[in-house]
Ligand binder design. Structure first.
Ligand code: ADP
Length: 255
């Protein structure tokens, strides 16, 4: 049996008094496409931010590709991770945010080669080669010399996807990547993500409010409510035969 590439083991997260994740157990297999759905405030983004090492769990373990994310082994004991360990495991994970977070003063090419040169230590030539390849994937190879301000929101988001892909992460995270876009620009970004998913091997975790998209793209859908993983399964099961009342009433909003 394949080892899951991502594992959450009884993960809790509190912000002060507020417990936003109440013991999450979740395993994701290599190459699997998993959508996380649920009402606003249910803890979806917190899950993704913990994977991106932007938030630390209050308790529990997260494992990515065999490595603890927030912990490490030292002299046979599991201790808190240091910055060096975090930097190393972070390299396995790519993220695309709701707001594209492109550097405004850099061209599209510069945006795409910055991290591979400085984090992975690639030469400028190697980084550019990778960047072109990924920009071609998202259909924007002709924009290399443009600045973000010259691009539409949809194009900016496609650049952000290419920029994350250039790092060749093992796991890609997409956090509501279309929710800041004008409705007419949503389709092109979802199209790029669908193409990526269809290519197969990349493990993808997506938070989305686009239920049709989640249905089409996902191997599995995970429903989160009030910090609990309430229900999960193949999209046909979750969307057509939701078991819990909580999910039934959530889905009614989209019908
Ligand atoms: P979702 O993505 O499902 O909308 P989030 O994970 O963003 O949910 O948030 C879950 C809860 O945690 C919300 O009540 C939110 O206000 C709270 N929260 C998130 N981040 C912080 C933070 N840095 N400090 C305090 N509260 C936070």
């Amino acid at each position: 049996m394949t080892e899951p590439i991502v594992k959450f083991q009884d993960v809790h997260k509190s912000f002060g008094e507020l417990e936003v994740l109440k013991g999450i157990d979740l395993e994701i297999n290599p190459g699997e496409k998993v959508s996380i759905i649920g009402p606003s405030g249910s803890g979806k983004t917190t899950i993704i931010r913990m994977l991106m090492t932007l938030e630390k769990p209050t308790s529990g373990k997260i494992i990515v590709d065999g490595d603890y994310l927030w912990h490490m082994e030292k002299n046979g004991k599991i201790v808190e991770a240091n910055e060096k360990h975090l930097r190393q495991v972070r390299g396995n994970i790519g993220m695309v945010f709701q707001h594209f977070n492109l550097f405004p003063h850099m061209t599209i090419m510069q945006n795409c080669i910055e991290a591979p040169m400085h984090v992975l230590g690639l030469s400028k030539k190697e980084a550019k080669q990778r960047a072109i390849e990924m920009l071609e994937k998202v259909g924007l190879a002709d924009k290399v010399d443009n600045y973000p301000v010259q691009l539409s929101g949809g194009q900016k988001q496609r650049v952000a996807i290419a920029r994350a892909l250039v790092m060749q992460p093992k796991v890609m995270l997409f956090d509501e990547v279309t929710s800041a876009l004008d409705p007419e620009l949503v389709g092109e970004v979802l199209g790029v993500i669908k193409d990526l998913a269809a290519q197969g091997d990349m493990t993808m975790i997506l938070i989305t409010h686009e239920m049709d998209f989640a249905w089409e793209i996902s191997d599995r859908v995970v429903f989160l409510a009030e910090g609990n993983l309430v229900e999960q399964g193949p999209p046909s099961k979750l969307f057509e035969n939701p078991e819990s009342e909580r999910l039934q009433s959530f889905l009614e909003r989209f019908s």
